[in-house]
Design a protein around this ligand. Structure first.
Ligand SMILES: NC(=O)c1ccc[n+]([C@@H]2O[C@H](COP(=O)([O-])OP(=O)(O)OC[C@H]3O[C@@H](n4cnc5c(N)ncnc54)[C@H](OP(=O)(O)O)[C@@H]3O)[C@@H](O)[C@H]2O)c1
Length: 290
């Protein structure tokens, strides 16, 4: 098992950094790529680099992730999230590698009243979501061997995320307004990274889409309240507001909750509850030690 060679694309991103350390600890050989040493929009370089390495797995954590900017930079978003994903899939097919690709809840429109299943109708409401969906479809049509993991509301030590934003705001403000009409499952990047390691160890070789998040559903407002509690920013009050109050360039789905029962059934993988994950994050970034 430890002899497996993995090409990690997007190794400098919030998720990619945790995937790199977790898979290295698990004993896999990892070759790291970021936009500087392998631009995935460059089809020729993608093919040449991966043909040289001949990995068993390609894990794609690379993406254009600025959801609001994607509205005005849709060609850029499409280049990375669609064409880039297709280039990786074509290379995976050519060298007979298995592609594990990370995708998003934003492929859905958020109007469903219950958690989304993998085969529910997709209908993105912003350019980022559309580019990610096109990436998924290109992988499925490429003939490559693949697993697509849709996740959401990620936070981790090495990136811009909601937890860190709330903590920063709480240090300078007495009140913070947070939307209470968008629901999802906050997910710790280290938990996704550990699950990827498990998936590779138990891989059944089948081409599938899976949903994977920490367990439990909250609004951004409730999530912010828990962050304040766990990180003991007690002097700051979180105020609930409607998303109508924060008009942003890109629309967000109201319901982002993903049903993760398929990966539990196929791989016996279930991530911990989002509250436990947040506490673990708090410990991991050394809050209690400072
Ligand atoms: N963050 C979330 O809440 C969230 C939610 C749902 C799904 N996801 C998905 O999870 C995955 C990881 O997200 P993240 O938040 O970790 O992203 P991130 O922190 O923005 O990292 C993106 C990574 O992609 C690389 N990259 C960008 N353009 C590239 C290009 N043209 N060629 C090669 N590499 C390129 C970046 O490399 P450089 O550092 O060199 O630029 C970086 O390593 C993505 O697929 C994203 O769509 C994220």
């Amino acid at each position: 098992m430890t002899g497996l060679k993995i090409a990690l694309i997007g190794s400098t991103g919030m998720l990619g950094i945790d995937v790199n350390s977790t898979l290295k600890e698990a004993g896999f050989f990892i070759q790291n790529y970021n936009s500087l040493n392998l631009d995935i929009t460059d089809k020729g370089r993608v093919m040449a680099s991966l043909m040289k390495l001949m990995p068993d797995y390609i894990i794609n954590c690379a993406a254009y992730t600025n959801v609001d900017l994607a509205e005005s930079e849709k060609d850029k978003a499409d280049g990375v999230n669609h064409a880039g994903a297709k280039n990786l899939a074509d290379a995976a097919k050519e060298i007979n590698a298995r592609l594990i690709h990370i995708s998003t809840d934003y492929v859905f429109d958020g109007t469903k009243k219950t958690p989304y299943k993998e085969n529910d109708e997709v209908s993105p409401i912003n350019e980022y979501g559309l580019s990610k969906l096109k990436g998924e479809n290109a992988i499925k049509e490429s003939g490559a061997s693949y697993i697509i993991i849709r996740t959401e509301w990620l936070y981790g030590k090495n990136g811009k995320n909601f937890v860190n934003t709330i903590l920063k705001l709480a240090d300078s403000k007495k009140k913070i307004e947070v939307v209470n009409d968008q629901f999802g499952s906050p997910t710790y990047t280290k938990d996704i990274a550990s699950a990827l390691s498990e998936i590779i160890k138990k891989d059944n070789g089948s081409n599938e889409v899976y949903h994977l998040t920490n367990v439990g559903t909250v609004s951004w407002f409730e999530f912010a309240q828990e962050i304040i509690k766990v990180f003991k920013r007690i002097n700051c009050e979180i105020m609930p507001v409607s998303s109508n109050k924060f008009i942003r360039p890109a629309k967000r789905p109201a319901n982002s909750v993903l049903d993760c029962s398929k990966i539990k059934e196929h791989y016996k993988i279930e991530l911990r509850n989002w509250k436990s994950a947040l506490r673990k994050y708090c410990l991991d970034i050394g809050y209690f030690m400072s």
